[in-house]
Ligand binder design. Structure first.
Ligand SMILES: Nc1nc2c(c(=O)[nH]1)N[C@H]1C(S)=C(S)[C@@H](COP(=O)(O)OP(=O)(O)OC[C@H]3O[C@@H](n4cnc5c(=O)[nH]c(N)nc54)[C@H](O)[C@@H]3O)O[C@H]1N2
Ligand SMILES: Nc1nc2c(c(=O)[nH]1)N[C@H]1C(S)=C(S)[C@@H](COP(=O)(O)OP(=O)(O)OC[C@H]3O[C@@H](n4cnc5c(=O)[nH]c(N)nc54)[C@H](O)[C@@H]3O)O[C@H]1N2
Ligand SMILES: [Mo]
Length: 759
């Protein structure tokens, strides 16, 4: 009998009559991801957490004991009952002594698919049941965008729902200009579960219909070869300068769409003096941009003319805003598209962005799926998620965010379920110093990740393969009855069972469980969703039928979608959710914040570190740390599929032949990559798909430092910069980073997946 499971990488099938079931891609998926096939691989078992474990000094001497030994001493395994008592006692004690605003429960991370066993919902609901916690806002994905976009065009979620569908792009777009490609490796995933993978097929169809692709940026392997893109080498983090010059040329040619600017936007007249240099004496001409970007000015002029003459869409990868002043890249891309005046026309306008996930360009509706309520959080304090080390290092200090001045709380306890800060955060050595601040760190994870190894209390969680759940992601096409495939590993329990056990000891069990067990919750959440969807004319079978049938195909949205079509036709009747209801080329709100690093219109700022800097050493290289092709973040890094992308067990550093030659290093040599923040080893991969002066290490290699702090495995976050994108967004700025690369004789093998010593 065919059964199903959902994962971020897609839906997989298995035969429940097999004694050891194997995963197969969903038969109807036109472009399945290989990543998820490895979820049951036995290689993953080496790093599974078997039993609740407490760091030795913490257990023997109490909370706060020897925080500098986190990650460096053995754990003592305990029974669940003892673990529940210890956690409950410590939570009560911290709340009594310091209050709930001493608990950081932001718990950022992707965890697993499945709407009920969604780790963040579980941990947030539990912490709310005990009086609340300090939360986070935004994401590492789109930290800057989450703050800037609502001021200028609408929320990230609104825009995601509106992206023009792939069929329309294939039919109508003539020129697809993308900054940062459209990486199909990234489109393997959607948070909560990709359904049919549509980006690869979408691009192929566009290529078949003769769309011309121009890929601007430091890499060219982020757009399928079949697109036959023209690659314009542009220095990392200099995209805004190039966009400004395109805008300058379009204006100089009098090719900007005055009617569209007048009807659908506000503030072009306030942006224009900046563009022309009337304010700062610097006209943003192609010659000006050429010096900053390395792109010949003639090419900029020609491209501007081509864009104005033909049906053009401007796309930006999310990585552009994961950089210092990343807000500007999105603002300027939308400003440029507004000047072209094709927003709301089929195949024109902008994308923010096509490619980062399977979602954008989806023909499916935005519907909120089964939702396990997180309840209300009485604590008001929050941080933008990427400011965690700042918060821990500077309790009581103030910081600006979206026009307000806020205060960092004084954190005594961190509770993490479903994320891996030692994967996702920048400047891991700095995080290591900050990580010593709280007296207690509690982590739930199926695996001995770098974060689990550095916690005080580690509670073993089941994987999605080991429990029943409901799979659904908004704008994807399926509801999935996720059937348990294997028994839980060792003593692992679901987050729900763990929190129920702790809640019981804290006297809030009924509040947390509402008297339902996990099976009862599944049917309850499903029926609740079914009733909501019925009101929107979406019919689904009852829970029993759904559970037996395994999949519900939600079908596609009725008609092809064109972003902002209705808005364009009548902006007064279909306003955007911005203060003016129009696209804000100038934002009075942002201008009123009076920020030196984010004025009222898009502008160019030199990033803290980049190749154009006069301070950059001649042999410095710009390090990009993109998303890994063979895993999702740190998840499944131990799988054979991820291992096949490494050399000598180490992550690769992609490098231009000229840079390798200048350093005397060859293909597959081990090198040391370093800067003032940290050092790691990586294996050289020489390719002409990355421009000179730029190197790239994908994220995801489990952090594995030796005694000197040298990471042996190739984790780029030992090198990245931990600053906010700007005082507006305070997002993650990982793509702003200079490094040095040199040959090394150190070939010590990494051993990242080994469990810590257990007593
Ligand atoms: N340098 C650099 N750094 C980056 C980025 C970059 O571009 N460059 N990108 C950033 C981005 S966009 C993101 S989104 C982050 C991603 O960062 P994270 O989302 O933190 O990374 P994951 O590896 O997905 O972590 C998920 C963790 O949840 C665990 N898990 C899975 N299922 C469950 C469950 O049911 N319960 C519990 N308790 N745990 C579970 C997994 O084992 C894993 O340890 O990384 C960011 N970091
Ligand atoms: N397989 C896989 N897919 C994933 C993920 C994963 O871990 N694995 N993570 C998912 C998540 S959480 C997210 S947020 C998305 C992220 O999606 P993105 O942020 O779009 O992805 P990245 O791979 O970080 O970067 C995309 C491309 O931009 C290039 N780039 C970097 N800096 C610059 C720059 O300054 N200018 C220009 N022009 N290009 C630049 C990078 O080299 C890369 O080729 O991906 C999602 N998809
Ligand atoms: Mo992300």
């Amino acid at each position: 009998m065919t059964r199903y499971t959902a994962s971020h990488w897609g839906i997989y099938e298995f035969d429940e009559t097999e004694t050891s079931p194997k995963l197969r891609p969903l038969r109807s998926d036109p472009d399945p991801s290989m990543i998820g096939l490895y979820q049951l691989d036995e290689k993953l078992l080496e790093s599974r957490v078997a039993r609740p474990a407490i760091r030795k000094s913490w257990l023997e001497h109490g909370p706060g004991a020897r925080p500098e030994l986190r990650g460096k001493e053995p754990f003592v395994q305990v029974e669940w009952a003892e673990a529940f008592n210890i956690v409950a006692t410590e939570l009560k004690s911290v709340i009594k002594e310091y209050g709930n605003s001493a608990i950081f429960g932001g718990s950022y991370g992707w965890a697993s698919a499945g709407r009920f066993h969604h780790a963040q919902s579980q941990v947030h609901r539990f912490l709310n049941c005990i009086g609340g916690y300090v939360r986070h806002t935004g994401s590492y994905s789109l930290g800057a965008a989450h703050v800037i976009l609502p001021h200028i065009a609408g929320t990230v979620s609104d825009l995601s729902a509106q992206h023009t569908t792939w069929d329309v792009l294939a039919e109508h777009t003539k020129l697809f200009v993308t900054f940062g490609g459209v990486p199909t490796k990234n489109a393997q995933s959607s948070p909560g579960g990709a359904g049919h993978h549509r980006v690869g097929p979408g691009l192929k169809e566009m290529a078949r219909k003769g769309v011309r692709f121009v890929n601007i940026g430091p890499c060219n392997d982020n757009l399928d070869a079949e697109c036959h893109a023209e690659w314009i080498h542009c220095r990392p983090n200099a995209d805004v300068a190039l966009m400004l010059a395109l805008a300058w040329q379009i204006h100089a040619d009098d090719a900007h769409d005055r009617d569209f600017l007048a009807r659908c936007t506000v503030g072009f007249e306030k942006f224009l003096p900046y563009l022309l240099g009337e304010q700062d004496g610097i006209a943003k001409t192609p010659e000006w941009a050429s010096r900053l970007t390395g792109v010949p000015s003639k090419r900029i002029v020609e491209l501007a003319r081509e864009m104005a003459e033909t049906r053009t869409i401007v796309n930006v990868a999310w990585s552009l805003q994961r950089a210092h002043n990343g807000e500007q890249a999105f603002w300027m891309a939308i400003t440029l598209a507004a000047m072209l005046g094709q927003i709301g026309l089929p195949g024109g306008g902008f994308g923010v962005g096509y490619g980062p996930m399977n979602t954008n360009g989806s023909p499916h509706r935005q519907l909120s799926g089964p939702t396990f309520s997180q309840k209300e959080n009485p604590v008001q304090d929050y941080i933008p998620c990427a400011r965690i080390a700042d918060m821990l290092l500077n309790p009581g200090a103030t910081f600006p965010h979206d026009g307000k001045l806020r205060t960092y709380p004084d954190i005594q306890l961190i509770y993490w379920a479903g994320g891996n800060p030692y994967h996702h955060h920048q400047d891991l050595n700095r995080l290591g110093r900050a990580w010593q601040k709280p007296r207690t760190i509690i982590v739930h994870d199926p695996f001995w990740t770098a974060s689990a190894k550095r916690a005080d209390i580690v509670l073993p969680v089941t994987t999605a393969m080991e429990r029943d759940d409901i799979g659904y992601a908004t704008q994807e096409g399926f509801l999935v009855a996720m059937r348990q495939i294997v028994e839980p590993f060792a003593d692992a329990r679901s987050d729900f069972d763990i929190f129920s056990g702790i809640a019981e000891r804290m006297g809030v069990q009924h509040n947390f469980t509402e008297g339902r067990n996990d099976t009862e919750w599944l049917s309850y959440l499903y029926e609740d969703m079914r009733a909501r969807w019925k009101k929107r004319d979406v019919d689904c079978p009852d829970f029993e039928t759904f559970w037996e049938q395994g999949l519900v195909d939600l079908g596609e949205h009725a008609s092809p979608r064109i972003m902002f079509e209705a808005f364009r036709s009548d902006p007064a009747k279909h306003p955007l959710k911005t203060p003016s209801g129009l696209i804000e080329i100038f934002s009075g709100t942002i201008a009123s914040f009076d920020l030196s690093d984010c004025p009222g219109h898009a502008a160019w700022f030199e990033p803290r570190e980049w190749l154009g800097s006069t301070n950059a050493a001649p042999d410095a290289l710009h390090l990009l740390s993109d998303q890994p092709a063979r895993k999702l973040h740190s998840q499944l890094d131990a799988s054979p599929y991820s291992a096949a992308g490494k050399v000598g067990g180490r992550e690769c550093i992609y490098m231009n032949p000229a840079d390798a030659e200048a350093r005397g290093v060859g293909h597959h040599d081990t090198v040391e990559v370093c800067n003032g923040r940290g050092r790691c080893l990586a294996a050289v991969h020489i390719t002409d798909q990355i421009m000179r002066g730029v190197v790239r290490i994908s994220t995801g290699a489990w952090y594995d430092p030796d005694e000197t702090g040298l990471d042996l495995h190739g984790n780029p976050n030992v090198l990245t910069l931990d600053i906010g994108t700007s005082s507006l967004g305070q997002g993650c700025a990982a793509q702003t980073c200079l490094v040095f690369v040199r040959g090394t004789t150190n070939t010590r093998s990494p051993n990242p997946f080994k469990a810590p010593e257990l007593l």
